[in-house]
Design a protein around this ligand. Structure first.
Ligand code: IVH
Length: 737
């Protein structure tokens, strides 16, 4: 392989160069700009032509050929290479409040002697990508080396793997206004996008399921990216979907160094380039790249980002120039909100003084530039220990394995529990007692264990097993074939289910018995003072006063709250019963549709299906509930003990103004969408059909009505235009609307 192809014939050389250029251009359009201009098959055709040419003339092959992206041989180890300019770290502002940004601006103003001046500093605010820093070396415009950060001075050479990243140009794009430097180190972040990460893990899971040993899932995109970059087998790295964002430069040498005799650092390579890719590149040591950028006409960091973009690198579109502390604070806040919705992970933002001459003036302290700072967001992931795995029993008997964690502050709250959902999930994650785990809490999502730190696993640890019996009442735990969950078969014999059922019954949106807390219910059930919700209404002072932390005054309050709950509504009562699949809104729909409990109890499947949003599963569940005699007995007891509600007028009985009428809608309405018009008609009791027939009451015809209008006229069906329709709605509008 050579950088310049050795001469064959000028025609073949030209053909080869042209093909490479075309393929590079299309790869850039596709992977970087996300704007492909040809179809995949056309690209493949070009690619195959290149392959054929290279097979015919192997001496042609150069480093910047797209055929060099597929991964090469397996390495024993990575070589250590020196960075031309150290890869600096960056000062981190740990104060995640806006104060962090203000402190940085104040420091910059002071150091640039701007304190007291009205001039605001221009900064470039960027995202802080959560991946791995990478140093890409381009010699005469061709990618010759990629190295990890390492200790900042020396990194590991991972060129083979980095070549597989389609977003990274193998050759810098040429733009007339911008010379290609002789030597250029591009600094940026290799990362894995969130959806690429999910897909990768999905593939890994199916490999594991097929029994492939040595395969594992990854805990987060960062780890997956790090694993891919450090793959000794670049064929494997090629299958890992990595991406790249450029954010800066290291060494920049606009022109070849003056030859200094035989010792010239660049002389040998410029003639016999990369015949052996392992050839040790001699890195020029240049201390002032900023000066070099200025000589290229690049005067500020934002222009540098634009230059990187022009050379063909992806630059995050969120990078922007902002003014002063105010601008920084606003950027931090905006990106904090956008964070969850980005297609990749970030752990903060980075502020950089825009002007390069000011950057030079500010200089460096030890290993950090003075002109940049990272401003973090609260971490969304933390490491902690699994103290135990409990199995909790829910109201419907569902058994849920829950990891009990050593308390850890993550995503803004202290987390002590994380659900493992069910047996399948628990097995998939293979979380064990004593494990070190990564816990994630992003946004308002419930905290979850994303993975186990396998290095820390104790050898004697055992995999979690779902118990065969309910941990509370000892009844058999059953898992239906199609279901993911195990359930305790004990029903209300199980005190856990009973407690949950009582707690649900008393909850705010159900019977709203304010003073009846979880602890009190536990005691009442554990001491067998109550067995069911009906027993709540049989409690008296003497039964309560004996309990823990229950003085006469609070006992009286509890009784008062219970008494007050007797006066309720039908929908609350229905919801309180805890019928499976009947949530608060279904309970409301059932109550207003039927108006009366008796009618719900005796409703047929069809009658139930008439209710708004009730489907076969809910209808079946309602029927099953009321067909059980112990439920009916409970309801009778509750009513006998004084639970009551006012009658409501059943919607099913109310004749609506357009009941029995059928409408068809066609054409475009100006004031309504089709759905809105349909809903308005249905609210008034009409049916809305798709096609016109003799039975159609009227056709609502908007602009550009077509065949339906013709048909209506032919059949003599009444036609309403939009004003007539609006009039119809007004006519029947109920005062409450
Ligand atoms: S600038 C001289 N910009 O953060 C300043 N770093 O730097 C050099 N990082 O691991 C760094 N996003 O890989 C810079 N937009 C960004 C960044 C960024 C992520 C990483 C970088 C390094 C760490 C500290």
């Amino acid at each position: 392989m050579t950088l310049e192809s050795s001469r064959l014939s000028p025609e073949i050389d030209a053909q080869y160069a042209e093909l490479k250029a075309q393929l590079a251009q299309h790869a850039h359009l596709y992977y970087v700009l996300d704007e492909p201009s040809i179809a995949d098959v056309q690209y493949d055709e070009l690619y195959q032509r290149l392959e054929r040419l290279e097979a015919q003339f192997p001496q042609l092959v150069t480093l910047d050929s797209p055929t060099q992206r597929v991964g090469g041989g397996v390495l024993e180890a990575f070589r250590s290479v020196e960075h031309g300019q150290p890869m600096l770290s960056i000062r981190t502002e740990t104060d995640t409040s806006p104060q962090g940004a203000k402190a940085f601006d104040e420091r910059m103003r002071k150091e640039l002697s701007l304190s007291g001046s009205p001039e605001e500093i221009d900064y470039v605010a960027e995202l802080k990508f959560d991946g791995l820093a990478m140093n890409l070396t381009y010699f005469q415009g061709v990618l010759v080396r990629a190295a990890t950060r390492g200790d900042g001075l020396f990194g590991e050479e991972v060129t083979q793997n980095i070549r597989t990243i389609r977003q990274i140009p193998l050759k810098l794009k040429h733009v007339s206004s911008l010379p290609i430097p002789q030597w250029l180190e591009v600094r940026g972040e290799v990362y894995m996008g969130r959806s690429d990460f999910e897909d990768l893990n999905e593939r890994q899971r199916s490999k594991i399921a097929q029994g492939l040993k040595n395969e594992k899932t990854f805990v987060n995109p960062r780890n997956a990216a790090a694993g891919a970059v450090r793959q000794l087998d670049s064929k494997i790295a090629a299958q890992r979907p990595l991406s790249f964002f450029a954010y800066g430069v290291g060494v920049v040498l606009p022109k070849p160094l003056e030859p200094q005799g035989a010792e010239s650092p660049l002389a040998p390579e410029s003639q016999r380039l990369m015949e052996d890719p392992a050839v040790n590149w001699v890195t020029p040591k240049v201390s002032n790249s900023t000066q070099a950028l200025l000589s290229l006409g690049i005067q500020d960091h934002y222009s540098l980002l634009q230059a990187l973009k022009a050379w063909g690198f992806p630059v995050a579109k969120q990078a922007s120039v902002v003014k002063g502390a105010k601008g920084l604070v606003q950027y931090h806040q905006e990106m904090g909100l956008a964070r969850e919705h980005l297609p990749f992970d970030i752990d903060g933002v980075v502020y950089k003084v825009n002007r390069l001459d000011w950057q030079m003036r500010l200089g460096f302290v030890t290993r950090e530039p003075r002109w940049a700072v990272a401003h973090k967001y609260p971490a969304q992931e933390q490491v902690t220990t699994v103290l135990g795995i409990d199995v909790q029993v829910g109201r419907t008997g569902k058994l849920t394995p829950v990891a009990k964690l050593k308390p850890v502050f993550v995503g803004g709250v202290t987390v002590t529990n994380a659900t493992l959902h069910n047996e399948l999930e628990a097995t998939r994650k293979d979380v064990r007692v004593g494990d070190t785990v990564i816990v994630r809490r992003a946004g308002d999502v419930i905290p979850e264990v994303v993975g186990v730190v396998m290095q820390d696993r104790q050898i004697e640890s055992l995999p979690f097993k779902m118990p065969s019996h309910c941990p509370v009442c000892g009844s058999l735990a059953i898992k239906e074939a199609q279901e993911a969950d195990h359930r305790c078969s004990g029903g209300l014999f199980c005190s856990a289910q009973r407690k949950q059922a009582i707690w649900h019954f008393a909850s705010k949106r159900a019977m709203d018995i304010e003073d009846l807390g979880e602890k009190l219910i536990d005691q009442l059930v554990d001491t067998q003072t109550i067995q069911s919700v009906a027993d709540l209404y049989r409690l008296d002072l003497s039964a309560l006063v004996g309990l823990e932390r229950m003085a006469e005054k609070s006992a009286a309050n509890v009784l008062e709250a219970i008494e007050a709950s007797k006066k309720t509504t039908l929908s609350r009562f229905l919801y309180a019963l805890g019928i499976r699949h009947v949530g608060e809104s279904t309970a409301k729909d059932l109550a207003s549709h039927f108006g009366d409990l008796d009618r719900i109890v005796h409703a047929s499947q069809e009658a139930l299906l008439d209710v708004n949003d009730v489907g076969p599963v809910v209808a079946q569940s309602v029927r099953t509930f009321f067909s059980q005699s112990h439920h009916m007995e409970l309801i009778e007891q509750l009513q006998a003990l004084g639970v009551h509600w006012p009658r409501v007028q059943a919607q099913a009985d109310m004749a609506l103004p357009l009941s029995g009428q059928t409408y068809v809608i066609t054409g475009t309405l100006s004031q309504f969408s089709r759905d809105e018009a349909k809903e308005a008609l249905e609210k008034l009791g009409a049916k809305v059909a798709g096609s016109v027939s003799k039975k159609t009451t009227a056709l609502l015809a908007g602009a550009e009505a077509g065949s339906k209008l013709d048909k209506a006229i032919a059949l003599g069906v009444k036609v309403l235009d939009e004003p007539a329709f609006t009039h119809l709605l007004k006519l029947h509008a109920s005062p409450s609307n």
